[in-house]
Design a protein around this ligand. Structure first.
Ligand code: NAP
Length: 247
């Protein structure tokens, strides 16, 4: 991909959850487009591999988005290394599906802590730098941020929360030049479903994947790149992107 046009040359991005799936693809795509990228997640070994595969400079950062000091340290390390921050991609997330009745509520805490609070913490820590650079916040929400389904109530609640938070943020910062982009993917082939502990829910998700041509992480990365690459006066606020086969 070395002939990709360097549309993001001079820009600096921080991608959370960059050790696999969509976050990894977004980090690689931003790098290929010329951005310097800080790639955060808990699995540093996986991030080192992402950095090796990237076309440009990628800084691997150990990051737990549910831990506010860890988030602040990651933002500070990004700015210390690259001197600025233009794009924050709040991608880190877990989907621990299961029925509400009898659920293991520690999984609810993990989902809220990662998907919702993690996104809020990172936005809060990055915002002074984004206001300075007139940057962009990309929020990885979901079709579950628009439609709640049985067996995914808490996951959907976190993504509805991300959408609400993002619209408030947009109204607060857009006239100061910061753009907010909510990306809502449908079924995308990643390891997201492998972490579901409820066997019935995991089997159902795996079965669904066999019934359609799912999206690939690179499809979502292309949507992110489209939004981030717009001229400063164009704010792509929301992208809903589903597999054609997903009804
Ligand atoms: N796949 C889909 O169908 C789909 C659809 C709609 C939306 N999404 C959203 O897309 C995002 C990425 O998911 P994915 O499908 O690419 O799944 P994935 O491959 O499992 O990636 C999730 C990423 O989040 C990171 N992560 C999890 N907990 C974290 C924490 N506490 N701190 C920092 N990083 C953490 C993981 O890294 P470590 O484990 O190394 O920390 C991993 O890099 C999520 O927000 C998900 O809700 C996915």
């Amino acid at each position: 991909m070395s002939n990709t046009s360097q549309t993001l040359s001079g820009k600096v991005a921080l991608v959370t959850g960059a050790s696999s799936g969509i976050g990894e693809a977004v980090a690689l795509a931003l790098s290929a487009a010329g951005a310097k990228v800080a790639a955060g997640a808990r699995r540093l070994d996986r991030l080192a591999t992402v950095a090796e595969r990237a076309e440009g400079e990628v800084l691997p950062l150990e990051l737990d988005v549910s831990d506010q000091p860890s988030v602040r340290a990651a933002v500070a390390a990004t700015v210390e290394r690259f001197g600025r921050l233009d794009v924050l991609v709040n991608n880190a997330g877990v989907m621990l599906n299961g029925l509400i009745e009898g659920a293991d509520t520690t999984e609810w805490e993990r989902m809220v802590g990662t998907n919702l609070l993690g996104t809020m913490y990172a936005t809060h820590a990055a915002l002074p730098h984004l206001l300075e650079s007139k940057g962009t916040v990309v929020q990885l929400s979901s079709t579950s941020g628009r439609i709640a389904n049985a067996g995914a109530g808490v996951y959907a609640a976190t993504k509805f929360g991300v959408n609400a938070f993002s619209e408030s943020l947009r109204q607060e910062v857009t006239t100061r030049g910061v753009r907010v982009v909510v990306v809502e993917p449908g079924f995308t082939s990643t390891e997201l479903i492998d972490h579901i502990s409820d066997q019935g829910s995991r089997a159902m998700a795996a079965q669904l994947a066999t019934q359609m041509r799912t999206l690939q992480p690179a499809d979502i990365a292309a949507a992110v790149l489209y939004a981030v690459g717009q001229p400063a006066h164009v704010a792509v606020n929301e992208i809903l992107i589903r597999p054609t086969d997903q009804s």
